[in-house]
Write a protein that binds this ligand. Structure first.
Ligand code: BG6
Length: 519
């Protein structure tokens, strides 16, 4: 008998790691100007990431951070706030903070042209103190609704100019809320910056394990020959979150899961799985290949969406042993909100490699556990020669790329049980991404900040990719927002479940099952 496919799988450990082949990195001196420095992102991600880079000597000696925000506080209290935030994030170090704290500056501003002119004078003065020269990164971490007006003030106050150094602008997601608004923002950006100066962030691209999809595929010769329609039955990409919307009701009510996760993170992961190998590992070439995947996405229309999109919203339940409110009961959410917090979707990439291979994408909030993974499910054996011996059919092989947490790559296959009886069991060949590695591992924000400082754009979204992803998703956004007769059903699911049963039925109709997190 075969062991049940859902049961515990014996694991085959990967042996000792070989020597690493690494590229050297070093960054230019520069000023990092954070717009919206009193906000949550600065505290939770940006400052802890910059401190970690500093501690690990990955920043140039010439650097300083200038926080800009409307809040009228002194430089001293800004430093104290940031120290608390970095402590909260963990890995604090007093000695390193002494040095780092000296490079933290603050300037209150209403982002008008006049006020940014003064901020610029302040920055020029600090550039002399810290010998950063004229290089600067302008990091927009404000509410997106003010991006355009801030960019206009940046330009008119002279902050965008490149006088004797480089100026780069980093733009956080959401980049617009639909194709039209994204294009409008793009117009403002293009008016004042060249494309090489613009760094559109999708922090999923900074995740090591997302980048590793490329290494796994193209630095090995054994996977690529079978990475296509001849051998692959289907692909699943899941980003499952156990958290709810936290304190972001205002944003989430406007966004919903399709804007929040699909337009960016899910499609970016898809591009790594689906891309062709570039001839050289260089930013623009890699980005060209990823864009080609978007170009080849089969267009969505209302009819196909009826069958290929499931939308859901969580109701009260229990997550990790704690009771959890339903979405409509969350603070700041409309009690009758029809916003989806879960979506499952089937799509196709119309090209030679992928013709006919379904890609199932699924993401939701308040699900059973937090995991992001890609499953490549191979075709079943062409002929069941063991059918007279085993009662069940032999299931397919799979490669599972776990992006987070517990980052690993697993190859699932079948083997004979030791002993005289003919028994098959499912086994897993398992590679733990950081096991056996003692060097520094950068998190997503550390990586993207580092890349921005060294000017490497590989892990940022190019303007054409950004537009294409909005364009492709637009019919799904329109459809998901239809109300009244003919509108899509909003399938309710309990907080702490794997999502609505309709999502199980949806993939089940194709004779397939979702692959969930398994240790
Ligand atoms: C953000 C979304 O971009 O990504 C959040 O706005 C989501 O809603 C988050 O929770 C997920 O990121 P991560 O790195 O925790 O998977």
């Amino acid at each position: 008998m075969q062991e049940s496919p859902g049961g515990h799988h014996p694991t085959v450990k990967i042996g000792k790691l070989g020597p690493s082949l690494c590229e050297e990195i070093s960054s230019d001196p520069c000023a990092i100007v954070i717009f919206g420095a009193s906000g949550d992102l600065t505290k939770r991600k940006l400052l802890p990431a910059l401190f970690c880079l500093f501690r690990n000597k990955l920043l140039s000696k010439g650097f300083f951070i200038l926080g800009l925000a409307r809040t009228d506080i002194s430089e001293e209290s800004f430093r104290t706030d940031m120290e608390k935030a970095v402590k909260k994030a963990g890995n604090f170090d007093h000695v390193a903070w002494e040095e780092f704290g000296k490079r933290l500056h603050y300037f209150p501003t209403d982002y008008s042209e006049g006020s940014l002119r003064k901020a610029r004078e302040y920055m020029d003065d600090k550039a002399l103190t810290h010998s950063t020269g004229r290089n600067r990164i302008l990091y927009l971490s404000t509410p997106p609704s003010v991006y355009s007006s801030i960019i206009e003030s940046i330009a008119s106050s002279g902050l965008a100019s490149e006088d004797g150094g480089w100026t780069r602008i980093v733009i956080e997601k959401p980049y617009g809320r639909d194709l039209e608004s994204a294009r409008a923002l793009e117009k403002t950006v293009e008016k004042h910056f060249r494309e090489e100066q613009v760094f559109r962030i999708d922090h999923y691209l900074g995740k090591d394990t997302v980048q590793n999809i490329m290494m796994f595929r193209f630095a090995n010769s054994i996977f690529e020959p079978i990475w296509n329609r001849h051998f692959i039955d289907h692909v699943q990409i899941t980003a499952s979150e156990s958290l709810g919307i936290e304190k972001r009701a205002g944003y989430y009510e406007e966004a919903g899961v399709l804007r929040d996760m699909f337009q960016n993170h899910m499609l970016q992961v898809l591009s790594f799985v689906g891309m062709e190998p570039p001839s050289v590992y260089k930013s623009e070439m890699v980005r060209d290949e990823r864009v080609k995947v978007f170009r080849a996405l089969r267009p969505l229309d209302r009819e196909s969406l009826r069958d290929n999109l499931v939308l859901g919203q969580y109701v009260e339940g229990e997550v990790n042993g704690k009771s959890a409110r339903g979405y409509r009961e969350e603070d700041g959410v409309n009690r009758r909100s029809a916003v989806s917090t879960f979506a499952a979707m089937k799509l196709f990439i119309d090209n030679w490699r992928w013709q006919g291979v379904p890609f199932y994408l699924r993401s939701g909030k308040r699900l059973k556990s937090r995991f992001t993974q890609v499953t490549i499910q191979f075709r079943a054996v062409p002929h069941q020669m063991f059918s007279g011996i085993f009662e069940e059919e032999i299931g397919p092989n799979a490669v599972i790329i776990r992006i987070q947490p517990d980052e690993r790559i697993q190859l699932k296959f079948h083997a004979k049980n030791p002993g005289s009886r003919m028994c098959l069991r499912d086994v897993v060949m398992d590679f733990g991404y950081t096991e056996g590695y003692e060097g520094l591992v950068l998190d997503a924000y550390e990586r993207v900040l580092m890349d921005c400082m060294i000017g490497d754009k590989m892990l940022f979204i190019r303007s054409d990719a950004m537009e294409m992803s909005w364009e492709w998703l637009s019919p799904a956004l329109d459809y998901s927002e239809e109300r009244g007769q003919g509108a899509p059903e909003l399938c309710l699911y309990r907080a702490g479940s794997y999502g609505p049963v309709e999502a199980e039925r949806f993939i089940g109709r194709d004779g397939r099952k979702w692959v969930n997190y398994e240790r």
